[in-house]
Design a protein around this ligand. Structure first.
Ligand SMILES: [Zn+2]
Length: 172
């Protein structure tokens, strides 16, 4: 659509004034935009900022699609892996979920407490193997108000309490 104000109607002085105003606006707005992690820095830096935001700043993070999931947590090595190319919206859920696994591990004293933790989570959430751990991690993301859960959205009563415990790095 054509502008209702033709370029020719601006004098040179007006042009300079417009350019000056735009330059000032850019200078004022640039720091505001750079403070928003979704629009600044690398993908890795954004993931790192989310990991820190969700309380897992001490957990190493790598960007890789090697594990075939959007996110993976390595309980043996205490590492978060995030796939490349996820939207900033999706990254919030995926990162919060993997961070919840890191907190589970911390709450139960590391690898030595893994089997106790897995058993306990299956008691609370039902299922076998890693099901309880996955449901607990998803309930943490529900408590955080995130959407797009992969394992469960059913997080009432004891499930919610156990999720809050994990959020605060407490055992259930
Ligand atoms: Zn998981």
């Amino acid at each position: 659509m054509r502008s209702t104000l033709p370029k020719e109607s601006l004098s040179h002085a007006q042009n300079r004034a417009v350019i000056l105003v735009l330059a000032i606006l850019a200078a004022v707005l640039a720091p505001a935009f750079s403070a928003r992690p979704a629009h600044a820095g690398s993908y890795y830096q954004y993931v790192r900022s989310l990991v820190t935001y969700y309380g897992c700043s001490s957990t190493p993070v790598a960007i890789t699609s090697a594990y075939g999931h959007q996110g993976t947590f390595d309980f043996a090595r205490n590492r978060i892996y995030i796939a490349p190319g996820l939207s900033s919206y999706r990254l919030r859920y995926v990162t919060a979920h993997e961070c919840a696994h890191a907190k589970q591990l911390r709450a139960y004293g590391g690898v030595a407490g893994y089997w106790t933790m897995q058993r306990r989570m299956n008691q609370i959430y039902g299922g076998t193997g890693t099901t309880g751990l996955e449901r607990n991690a998803d309930c943490v993301t529900r408590v955080l108000g995130l959407t797009g859960q992969r394992y469960t959205t059913y997080c009432p009563s004891s499930r919610r309490t156990a999720a809050v415990n994990t959020m605060y790095v407490r055992r259930s």
